[in-house]
Design a protein around this ligand. Structure first.
Ligand SMILES: [Zn+2]
Length: 493
């Protein structure tokens, strides 16, 4: 960078060196659509799966004059539960504010949000300090087609969580990890489906770099992050872009940038000239919220309503079943998966050895089956039947091949694993008398190999075992067969 004549390696080293001289600062702003029956301030349905436009609307969310909003208690409760889970301070007093701006997707000319008195302040998730969590209403959805713009008001007024982190994140991986943990928490609490690709969870990152000589960079906002990977890649890209720009003597502009998934770069969207004047003021049409006066919103009641949280569950798995951390993380990454695992473990009586075997089958074979099917439906698979399958494997009644086939059938059609295995000839033959007869006939035919084994050729034993397994069509228990072969040969000496 310093000189074009320098070799590529020198340039690279210089680049790495200067990267180290800078300290990135990242803060996240995350919105999530809350799961409620009705919208934030009216009785229109909150149905994210509705595909027909402008079906779930009413005079309130269409901003007709003279209508009055009413606070949705379930939405307030969701935010308080999120706050309680992240060990934040739940407000005693809260209120809603008007945030004024003009846009076709905000028909009132203002959005009802929270400014001075958010429901939740402070807290921490995955090692990242949280500034606040507040409640607001979603905007309508603008659809731009050639020559015209359309607005769908189904989304207008859907309760929306906004969570803001402190600007304490230093790298892209931490930001991505935080966002994944938040998604898992929201799903565990039943607060939001939080699918990024559906827009149910929207992530914005504020990124700046400073250096050790006291230089503070300008904050750039990056939007359009539709996957966790794009969150990580956009942040990493933006950090490098800003450092290179500063190193080359340029200046970082205060702007909003988008993420181009195809080019894998951020791009300019609009300049931010100072902070926008939203002319916040308390919403006069809504009552103040005195949370401390409502028993159902007291910190104790809210805390008592929380389910086992993802990090608590991971710790329990590691402690109770001595699971590897990566396995515990995998099991807890989808709430339904963890519920399934708990039911399997219970059906196995909590036996650590069997639970460990079950874990292996869940993280490898079952995960493989679901990956192939493209869905992970635990409702179809009975945990008790799965536990029975694990017991059959542990007692060698099923070969690993037979277990895989039985599991596939269980996932697709359900049923009793023992009956499935028997019907399809997948059980291992363990009846010694039957197996002895098989071995006897194999040895009678393979006299050459028998003699080779007698002269000390170990490979001959493997050959005879292979022949015997084949004679049982793969159902013979290999350990028993091996024992029988050796016994028979020694016996006939
Ligand atoms: Zn409505």
């Amino acid at each position: 960078m310093e000189s074009q004549s320098q070799g590529g390696v020198d340039c690279f080293l210089f680049s790495v060196y200067s990267m180290d001289m800078y300290l990135p600062t990242i803060g996240l702003e995350i919105h999530a659509e809350l799961k409620t029956r009705t919208k934030m301030f009216c009785t229109s349905a909150n149905d994210p799966d509705e595909t027909r436009p402008n079906v779930n609307t009413c005079p309130v969310c269409m901003a007709h004059p003279g209508t009055l909003p009413v606070i949705n208690h379930d939405a307030v409760r969701h935010i308080l539960r999120i706050g309680s889970a992240i060990k934040a301070t739940l407000a005693n007093f809260s209120e809603f504010d008007r945030k004024s701006y003009f846009y076709p997707d905000i028909p009132k000319g203002y959005q009802i949000s929270q400014y001075m008195h958010p429901l939740v302040t402070g807290g921490e998730l995955s090692g990242v300090a949280i500034t606040r969590v507040h409640l607001e209403e979603d905007t309508a959805r603008s659809i731009h087609t050639t020559g015209k713009s359309l607005v769908d008001f189904n989304r207008a007024g859907i309760p929306l969580m906004e969570l803001v982190t402190e600007p304490v994140i230093r790298d892209a991986e931490t930001a991505g990890h935080f966002a994944r943990e938040l998604q898992l928490l929201l799903r565990t609490l039943g607060a939001s489906e939080a699918n990024l690709e559906k827009g149910e969870m929207r992530i914005e990152a504020n990124i700046s770099v400073s250096n050790k000589e006291g230089f503070f960079g300008t904050k750039v906002e990056v939007k359009n992050l539709n996957s966790f990977r794009s969150v990580e890649r956009a942040i990493a890209f933006e950090i490098e872009r800003q450092i290179v720009l500063i190193e080359e003597g340029g200046e970082v502009a205060q702007e909003t940038r988008g993420w181009d998934e195809v080019k894998q770069t951020t791009f300019h969207q609009r300049f931010k000239e100072g902070s926008a004047d939203y002319r916040y003021f308390p919403e006069p049409d809504l009552p103040k919220v005195f949370l401390s006066e409502r028993r159902e919103f007291s910190p104790e009641t809210i805390q008592a309503s929380l389910p086992e949280l993802p990090w608590e569950r991971r710790a329990r798995y590691a402690h109770t079943y001595s699971l590897q951390e990566s396995d515990a993380v995998y099991l807890c990454a989808v709430p339904e998966r963890a519920v399934f695992f708990d039911a399997v473990a219970a059906a196995l009586g909590g036996n650590v050895k069997l639970v460990s075997l079950a874990t292996n089958y869940i993280v490898s074979d079952l995960a493989g089956i679901y990956a192939k099917r493209g869905n992970e439906e635990y409702t179809a698979l009975d945990p008790v039947a799965f536990a029975r399958l694990i017991q059959l494997i542990s007692t060698n009644d099923l070969s690993s091949r037979g277990a895989k086939d039985t599991l596939r059938i269980l996932v697709e059609h359900g049923g009793d694993p023992e009956i499935i295995a028997k019907e399809r000839g997948l059980t291992q033959m363990r009846d010694t008398e039957t197996l002895r007869r098989v071995v006897e006939s194999v040895l009678a035919e393979e006299t050459k190999a028998v003699n080779e084994y007698r002269t000390g050729k170990e490979a001959a034993l493997q050959y005879l075992l292979g022949k015997s397994i084949k004679a049982t069509k793969g159902a013979g228990n290999p350990a028993i067969l091996k024992e029988l072969i050796v016994k028979e040969i020694n016996h006939k000496k």
